[in-house]
Structure formats: structure tokens, C-alpha cells
Design a protein around this ligand. Sequence first.
Ligand SMILES: [Zn+2]
Ligand SMILES: [Zn+2]
Length: 349
Amino acid sequence: MAGRMKAAVFYGGKEDCKIEEVSTPKVGEGDVLLKVKACGICGSDARYFFNGNEPRYKKPVILGHEITADIAEVGSKVKEYIKGNRVTVAPIYGCGQCEFCITGQENLCEEVVVFGINTDAGFAEYMLIPEKGVKRGVLIKLDDKVSDKAGTILESLSCVLHGQRKLDIQPGDSVVIFGAGPIGLLHLLVSKKIGAGKVIVVDIVEERLKEAKKIGADHIVNSSNKTWENEIYSYLGKNGTDRAISAAPSLAAVEDSFKVIKKGGKVLIFGGIPKGNTLAMDPNFIHYNEVEILGSVDATIDDFKRTVALAPYFDLDRFISYSYKLEDIKKGMDRIKNKEGIKTIIKIN
Ligand SMILES: [Zn+2]
Ligand SMILES: [Zn+2]
């Protein structure tokens, strides 16, 4: 596949992204080359696009880790895949040797490789999966029932599933989800699927709350109302909720979770919080109430495989609100910045 390809190249400055012709990656004997069909824009891509210059990113970089692709070429040593397989990509793989990797927690590996952060990814016509990634199992074949556009949601869904497995919702548990963006809505889908009882979604954007209702929330609460906390207690009863999920990138979402959690309940801190924020709380709140606080970041390859197996049972197409060509990536980024729609993707081939 020697030649040139179109790619969105990010140079690290604010909105410093150019659509360029670059060399198509060369395929080594253990590598796989993907022809990208569609790639979702993650909140983290938009944050990098508008704010620029996060040190953990290579420079320049091709962003985009939410990928549906066809295999375009396989190296001579690759046996597990053939040209034409339709796949999605688990976008991280670890060193394979550290304490975390050998216990299946490669998301915690210190030397983790993340597509779209420290290696080039999917906002391009082609993308290379290096031998190490192929061997760790990052390429997962897609069921025909999952469309190309739905395939772009699977990475987010895998992260949600990772958090949900930690949160350990029991049949009938009440769940309050703070944040009705794509991540909060996926938490809603999965919570319902695994047997939660009443699920409440909380946000300040009315459009998103309406969407949550359509997707299956039992109750929606606008937290810009001063009475939001009472609304939750009057719906669930005076003890509060069994599980709470902070699914928005804000400290308030974490603090609000503690305001409604039941004694013995579990709080999942899912959304990353901007640097410089500190949580002030009385440790006795955790001690006397036996509240558990859990963290969740990215997903393991095991989570990703489970996600691909679950995907045909969800209506994921409805999550895609906008689709743009690679040349119009800025328009897509603007949709995310303005919190328009649920998910915006780039359609490439
Ligand atoms: Zn993502
Ligand atoms: Zn490792």
C-alpha cells in the first residue's frame, strides 16, 4: 500500500490541525494496515483540538481512537486476520510484562501505548496497527449486525463497561447518573441491560435530558434547579440511591454524587476532572456510612471483547447525531464544543 493518504494532522497548538497528504504507513511482517471507514470524535480529541498542547501527546499526531475499519493489508507473519475483515480497535495496549499487564489491567500499565495519543490513529485514510498491538489482541472482528457508524461507539462503550463491572450493580438497584453526554447515556443503557431498577439521569442541558428519557431513563432531573436534590429523594425515597455515577468532567458531578448516595452505596468517579481541583470531604462520611468510592479509567482488552459481544443487542445507531467528511473535522469539533447532539463522527472511506 505504498503511497500517500489523506490525514488530519494535529500540531499541538489551539485549533492547529491541517488536512494533509502524508505517507501511508509501511507494513512490517507482523503489522496490520487498516483502511479506516469511520472514526468517532471523543471528548478528549475535542479538548486537545481546542486547548492544544497536552504533554502526553506525541507531536504532531493523528488523533481519533474510536474506529471502524477494514483490514487493507496484513504482514507476512500475521495469521489471525485477513484482508477484508471488518474490525474495531481496542485503542490501548500495555508492555505485556509489568504487574498490571500480567493481571489483565493493561489500562494501568506505565508504558501503555494509546492510539491517538502516543501513536497515530484514525483521522486518516489508513492506520497502522504495529505487531505488538496485533499480538495483544487490539483488533476485534465486528458482527455484521453492528453498522460502521455504531462501531465507532464501541470504544466509549468499553470504557463504560469497565466502570460498570467495578460498580457491580445488583438486580433492582437504583442508579443516579450525573451527566447526559454520550458517556452518561451509555451508562444508562448498560445499567438497564444488567438489571438496574430505577435510573435517574441528571444534567443541566434540557435537550440531553430529553434524549435520556427517550433512551430509557425512568426519571430526569435538571440540576440547575435548586430543588434537584429533593427531586431525587422524593423519587427514590429518603435513603437515596444504591449507586451513583459521576459521568461529567466536573468536580460538581463528584460532589453531587455524595449528596444522594445511600449508606452502603457505591460511587463511581468515571469522568476525569480538570487539574487543580480538590475534593474536600469528611472521612467519617465514608467510614460511618460505608460508602465505597471507585475509580475507572479506559478499558482492558477483555472489556473490549465483551463490549463487541454485547453490541448487537443495543440500538447504537441512534447515538450518532452528526457525521462529517475528514476535511470538515473542525465542524465536527464544534458540535462537541457546543454540546450538540449525542455523538459526532468522521466518515472516511
Ligand atoms: Zn474516546
Ligand atoms: Zn505493562
